[in-house]
Design a protein around this ligand. Structure first.
Ligand SMILES: Nc1nc2c(ncn2[C@@H]2O[C@H](COP(=O)(O)OP(=O)(O)OP(=O)(O)O)[C@@H](O)[C@H]2O)c(=O)[nH]1
Length: 465
């Protein structure tokens, strides 16, 4: 920190931190002993005993000086937060999980071609609208699907509590409607055509009960060419790939795609179970709002890029990945702007950063914690989406829990909730795009370099290539 005058509202008791020693850093083993090898700030118990963490690289100042890069996706790293609680820094855990309810859901076709379902949540702990961005067809909100007293089928469709796909003239939110549509739309010979194709590209659908089902190739293979590398083109651009009418495509897709069962009225607990196809835990990203990085093109941080990357990984998983075991995923978008201090304070923090302070010091000078966020809402939303329990008998053991996309060790334990309601079984690192592409793409600049250095050096973030 510089010796420049502090702002008038700065706490007189906050002294400059020459070396990380603030309370929020205690318990992060090697921050207090820099001579220890290992990734700075990695709590021992987040890492599986079978896994030896590599050194977190310092951030080279120029892309060309970086020793090596990975262009493929970062690997999952096993984690087990229950191994040794005593040495873990305890993140700020909420005492009780908030109650959340999904008010509405809608299909969003995106500019990348992938589709997602945007879920809007209300809760009983703040008055903000938090969001879940859901990729893939297998993840459903229990609170959304629950029957509401006195509502009509149209009400259900308007708030997004339908299965399958909406289209003009649809009258029921339930699955039976899809069967009607299939009967109406398919020409008499269309079934034969489909069965012929089923013989080749839909063979994975007919498997004995309990066996793995290749749902994504089932849902895309009728309309998607397969590349030589085994990846399918998303069936979303429409015109080029097929000579079928859209209705026929829809009907075929509906008839061949395994559908969740109809929702029994009045029984939210028995909302559609997850399918048996998922062989890996779903990919989850807990993203905190960043107006500057996501909307105002800021190169002070990589938040916008991280959001894009998370969506890319999840839509790749759900549409293109030849390995169908990684179907779908969820980005929980929490309205915790500026690590929970709000946009006004974050902008003041930016000015303090321009005056020579790092991101941690700037927060502290404004009398905020270095990180004011909590993750109880994320836990509750994941629960509502049926994700993350390790006792879910509907799922195969290897599909239980979640794979969390993050470098932030705080999040790993915090997202699990006070009673470990959700289980993080793997962590997937978020490597800056500029690192992965040798500086050809991605956010870059002096400010970003300092931002990442502070995250690694002072906040214990585990970024490695
Ligand atoms: N106070 C403050 N918040 C910032 C700053 N830059 C970005 N943010 C906020 O930081 C949040 C993103 O958190 P990060 O610490 O970048 O990353 P993370 O979510 O903790 O960790 P990852 O999961 O690894 O991305 C968003 O809410 C941003 O608005 C800053 O300079 N000061």
């Amino acid at each position: 920190m510089t010796s420049s005058p502090l702002p008038s509202h700065a706490s007189p008791v906050i002294a400059p931190l020459a070396r990380p020693s603030a309370q929020y850093l205690t318990g992060w083993s090697d921050l207090e002993n820099s001579s220890q090898p290992g990734t700075p700030g990695v709590p021992h118990n987040l890492i599986s005993p079978a896994y030896t963490p590599p050194l977190t690289p310092s951030i080279p100042s120029t892309p060309s000086s970086r020793p090596h890069y990975r262009t493929h996706e970062p690997e999952s790293i096993p984690v087990d937060t229950s191994l040794d609680d005593s040495v873990t820094k305890q993140p700020r855990l909420v005492q009780h999980l908030p109650v959340v309810e999904c008010l509405v859901r809608a299909r969003i076709p995106t500019t990348s071609g992938a589709e997602m379902f945007l879920h809007l949540y209300q809760n009983d702990s703040d008055n903000k609208e938090h969001l879940a961005i859901v990729f893939g067809n297998n993840i459903r909100s229990r609170s959304l699907d629950a029957e509401k007293m006195g509502e009509t089928e149209m009400d259900r469709m308007i708030r997004g509590a339908y299965v399958g796909r909406l289209r003009p003239g649809r009258t029921s939110s339930r699955r039976e409607d899809e069967n009607d549509l299939r009967r109406k739309v398919l020409r008499p010979d269309a079934g034969t055509k489909r069965r012929k194709r089923s013989g080749s590209s839909l063979k994975n659908v007919s498997v004995p009960e309990g066996e793995a089902v290749d749902y994504m190739s089932a849902s895309t293979s009728t309309t998607s060419p397969t590349h030589s590398d085994g990846a399918s083109t998303p069936p979303l651009s429409g015109t080029a790939a097929s000579t079928q009418s859209q209705d026929e495509q829809n009907a075929e897709s509906i008839s061949s795609r395994p559908q969740p069962p109809a929702i029994p009225p009045g029984n939210p607990a028995s909302a559609p179970p997850t399918t048996p196809s998922i062989l890996k835990p779903p990919l989850v990203r807990i993203h905190s709002e960043c107006y500057t990085g996501e909307t105002a093109w800021s190169a002070r941080c990589d938040c916008g890029e991280q959001l894009d990357e998370a969506a890319r990984l999840m839509s790749t998983s759900s549409l293109l990945n030849p390995d169908p075991s990684t179907i779908g995923g969820v980005i929980v978008y929490l309205r915790q702007e500026g690590r929970g201090i709000g946009l006004a304070s974050k902008l003041k923090a930016y000015n303090l950063q321009d005056l020579g302070n790092d991101t941690v010091e700037a927060n502290l000078l404004l009398r905020h914690p270095a990180d004011a966020r909590t993750y109880g809402l994320a836990t509750a939303i994941l629960q509502d989406l049926g994700l993350g329990t390790d006792t879910d008998q509907e799922k195969r053991p290897q599909a239980r829990g979640i794979r969390l996309l993050t470098n932030n060790p705080d999040k790993v334990r915090a997202v699990e909730g006070p009673g470990r309601e959700v289980r993080v079984v793997e962590r997937v690192a978020m490597v800056p795009v500029a690192w992965k592409t040798k500086g050809e793409r991605g956010v870059q600049g002096e400010e970003l370099t300092r931002y990442l250095e502070t995250k690694i050096g002072r906040m214990g973030h585990m970024i490695h290539e």
